[in-house]
Design a protein around this ligand. Structure first.
Ligand code: ADP
Ligand code: MG
Length: 494
């Protein structure tokens, strides 16, 4: 441990004060849960709410016995993935995939450029990996493709959905209101590919399906949740708790199978509490929102997901530079036109790297500052101060993520059912936990994300009615390759 100078001690005190602004107290999480329960009911009753609670017309989740070979593509926000999936019917599958970053200029251009780029990736994939095997495995002469499209759409049929609005930094005005399956199919046809887009899948629904196919338990998965570029969730809801559904399905003329008594709802929880009644707010959040393409929208997402955590950190670092950051050594130099002074230039993976830096001299953080952030010869004090900020931002993200998870387990009655099963169980009998599938680089790679999330679940237990013992009832598992497998499973029922 190095000895810090007085100026470094002062810097660190200031960093702790900023870090404290990100502290998300138990009562704050509990308030979030209560507000989420309210907005959930509102969204299920009335169309057109910010937290949209979109009916997906998917009325069952898989049990692991499904079989077949399918194509799937996933437009997530950062990458475009193309894959083929062979479902073996025993909760296992084989998957071949290719991943391409989406060129930045296509995110804000026109729809034709974006979708023809996507279709070309499908063409490369088929050519490279699978033309023979897949052709042989498919009885008909075209391949069924499930399209995972992780933006809010008004879905009117399994393979038809009109884009409501862009999120996650995309802005292609001419696509809004159009059927995104048709946009993709048109470009696929233009290339003469033997591929038919049979299902439109939100990544959250895909995650739910994939986890349900692969999960260890006998009963289905309750919730699929994404913590990647953006954040969102889809869960299994009782038809009787979706008052708006009757009118909506009549208006769109969409028929669906009522026999299961349930439907998967895509919550669009990124827009939870856009009114900012309960979400924590700091000057660094406000600066981010002001500079975003959609001020006042996706306020939950802007505090939780990968697209935003780096920018929150950048704002906090800039604030700390007024209080001695990078000033304790003469040799420290900062690139004035570098990432620290360029909005959106810090990737959330940087937070993971810093969070995981347990070297005594903060070598990894100093290295990252030098290589990615344009700061050379930062001191250990500087690095410690930055880690203090990172810790606050990352932990707040994970704790906020407990809000929709707790609320969903409570509102659906899943936790009530668990408690009943537990009361009825004979001594020694295992009661199956509430299964939750998660996907996305933030939950997968941010050090301690699930641990902090679980801490928050425990914190709310005494503060929210009916929540005593909740944390222990919840099982969280990564839905490996969730969007691909999920899209395949939905293409299968198409
Ligand atoms: P998508 O949202 O396109 O499906 P991902 O789930 O991979 O893709 O999420 C990408 C987001 O995750 C980006 O915002 C990126 O900054 C962030 N990210 C990537 N790697 C890491 C990491 N190691 N730790 C935390 N966040 C990460
Ligand atoms: Mg994704």
């Amino acid at each position: 441990m190095s000895i810090l100078s007085d100026s470094e001690e002062a810097l660190l005190a200031r960093a702790r004060a900023i870090g404290a602004e990100f502290v998300c107290e138990p009562e704050s999480v509990a308030k979030g849960v209560r507000e989420y329960l309210r907005l959930m009911d509102k969204g299920l009753s009335e169309p057109g709410q910010a937290m949209t609670m979109i009916p997906t017309y998917v009325t069952a989740v898989p049990n692991g016995t499904e079989k077949g070979v399918y194509l799937a593509v996933d437009l997530g926000g950062t990458n475009f993935r193309v894959c083929s999936i062979d479902l073996h019917g025993d909760s296992k599958f084989t998957l071949t995939q290719a991943k391409t970053p989406i060129p930045k200029e296509l995110m804000t251009g026109n729809s034709k450029d974006l979708f023809s780029f996507l279709a070309k990736q499908v063409a490369y994939f088929i050519e490279k990996h699978h033309s023979q095997t897949i052709d042989a495995a498919t009885p008909t002469n075209f391949l069924k493709l499930g399209f995972t499209f992780s933006f809010p759409v008004d879905q009117v049929a399994l393979n038809k959905g009109h884009l409501l609005r862009w999120t996650k930094g995309f802005d292609i005005p001419d696509a809004v209101g159009k059927d995104v399956c048709e946009l993709l199919q048109k470009e696929i046809d233009a290339l003469g590919l033997p591929v038919r887009v049979v299902a439109l899948v939100n990544d959250t629904v895909g995650t739910l399906m994939a986890r349900s196919y692969a999960s260890p338990g006998k009963s289905g998965t309750l919730l699929g949740a994404i913590f990647g570029t953006g954040t969102n969730g889809a869960y299994v809801e009782k038809l009787s708790r979706i008052p708006k559904l009757k009118k909506m399905s009549e208006e769109s003329g969409t028929k669906f199978d009522h026999s299961s008594g349930v439907m998967v709802i895509n919550t669009e929880w990124g827009a939870f509490d856009n009114a900012m009644k309960v979400l924590p707010d700091t000057p660094y959040d406000r600066a981010l929102d002001k500079n975003s393409v959609n001020p006042g929208m996706q306020m939950f997402e802007k505090r939780v997901s990968g697209m935003f955590l780096g920018e929150i950190l950048r704002n906090a670092i800039v604030a700390l530079m007024d209080h001695g950051l990078f000033k304790s050594a003469h040799g420290t130099s900062i690139d004035e036109n570098g990432p620290l002074f360029t909005a959106w230039s810090i990737d959330t993976s940087a937070l993971s790297t810093i969070q995981a830096d347990y070297t005594s001299e903060y070598t990894l953080t100093k290295q990252l500052l030098e290589q990615q952030l344009g700061v050379s010869a930062a001191t250990t004090g500087d690095a410690m101060a930055i880690k203090t900020l990172v810790y606050g931002i990352g932990k707040r993200s994970a704790r906020l993520s407990a809000i929709p998870i707790a609320a969903t387990a409570l509102a659906t009655g899943a936790y009530e059912n668990y408690k009943k099963a537990k009361a009825d169980a004979v001594p020694g009998q295992e009661v199956e936990k509430i299964d939750i599938g998660v996907d996305g680089s933030v939950v997968e790679y941010y050090p301690g994300f699930e641990r902090y999330l679980r801490e928050a679940l425990r914190d709310i237990q005494p503060l929210v009615p009916g929540a005593a013992g909740l944390e222990d009832a919840i099982r969280i598992g990564i839905a490996k390759d969730g969007s691909g497998v999920g899209a395949a499973l939905i293409a299968l029922v198409a």
